[in-house]
Design a protein around this ligand. Structure first.
Ligand SMILES: [Zn+2]
Ligand SMILES: [Zn+2]
Length: 343
């Protein structure tokens, strides 16, 4: 089968023929219908996370497809079942995994960095619990579920308690993850959603996803924050960028006892002292989500046909997709289609 591989020392992907993986035990093989292109892929190409990227490796961690083969212990999962693939794979037996937080498993692995991912015609998934059946949802439409939607949903769920009294939720970065977060914030909270992004196309997408206010970062002045939040600051801020600038902005936005949830991997830092944030505010990271969260994402999608715009590329054009994402040309999500999806 064909796969887009990151080779040792390379900063772009190479399309190579690799052996077809065969599932054993509880493992399953998924024929990939769509694999999303994520900003974290760009960070990997730039040499970030070197200790967890086991080159040579097939990139791609946001994957949907159909079950193509099963190991003998997963044979009750029907061949042809459309599924979305969980982004991180825990050991299944440590305290974190038993508690349902496989994303925090100390010996967990991630497809597309530790082991081969979804920029390939097929992917081997080590246990059937790492996939969620899609029912009647088209796997191509479900491609963003495994990273963009899952991370956004987990982020909104994390900050949701702070928004029980209403108030403003600031979403910094309104690309694929940010637009999903805006959608979930509107579904799950009564918050006023304020999207912040320097790209005008992203702001248009943010408004389409349900944001009440869409602003360029330069427009976010202290007096505007006072006005928009009625002098209270934001009870919750989601930072999908993670640069020095976005974290500094988040720090100016968050209100007393508010929360900043950081998901962006741009590598920025925020120096912390007693007066860095409003009184008793909290800052936390959100690492993907749980398998239960992914089931929720699928269930919500079955109730509400929200879908961000997809820009599709054949496997041969995976480097073009990555370059387009880097150039800021993708409004919703770039998706690689390794095989003929029928579209
Ligand atoms: Zn991702
Ligand atoms: Zn574990």
């Amino acid at each position: 089968m064909r796969a887009a591989r990151l080779l040792s020392g390379a900063s772009s992907l190479h399309i190579l023929d690799v052996p077809m993986p065969e599932p054993i035990g509880d493992a399953i093989r998924v024929r990939v219908i769509g694999a999303g292109v994520c900003h974290s892929d760009l960070h990997v190409l730039d040499g970030a996370f070197a200790e967890m990227v086991h080159r040579p490796v097939t990139l791609g961690h946001e994957i949907a497809g159909v079950v193509d083969a099963t190991g003998p212990d997963a044979s009750d999962l029907e061949i042809g079942t459309p599924v979305v693939v969980m982004v991180g794979w825990g050991c299944g037996s440590c305290a974190w995994c038993v508690a349902g937080h496989e994303q925090l498993c100390p010996s967990g692995v991630e497809a597309g960095s530790h082991v081969d991912g979804g920029f390939a015609e097929h992917i081997l998934v080590p246990h059937r619990r790492h996939v969620v059946p899609l029912g009647r949802i088209d796997p191509l439409d479900a491609t963003p579920f495994g990273c963009a939607a899952l991370c956004a949903y987990a982020a909104v769920r994390r900050v949701q308690p702070r928004l029980s009294g209403g108030g403003s939720l600031a979403v910094i970065g309104a690309g694929g993850l940010g637009q999903h977060a805006i959608h979930y914030a509107r579904q799950l909270t009564g918050a006023q959603v304020v999207a912040i992004d320097p790209r005008s196309t992203a702001l248009v997408g943010a408004l389409a996803a349900g944001a009440h206010v869409a602003l360029e970062p330069g427009a976010v002045t202290p007096s505007l924050v006072q006005e928009v939040t009625h002098g209270l600051g934001c009870p919750a801020v989601l930072d999908f960028v993670g640069s020095d600038e976005s974290l500094a902005l988040a720090a100016t936005l968050v209100g007393r006892q508010g929360i900043i949830a950081l998901l962006g991997l741009a590598g920025g830092t925020l120096s912390f002292g007693f007066d860095t944030l409003a009184a008793e505010a909290t800052i936390t990271t959100v690492v993907a989500g749980t398998i239960r969260d992914l089931h929720d994402v699928v269930r919500l999608a079955q109730q509400d046909r929200y879908a961000i715009a997809l820009t599709t590329y054949p496997l041969d054009a995976v480097n073009v997709a990555l370059a387009d994402l880097r150039a800021g040309l993708i409004d919703g999500r770039a998706v690689v289609i390794p095989g003929d999806s029928g579209r």
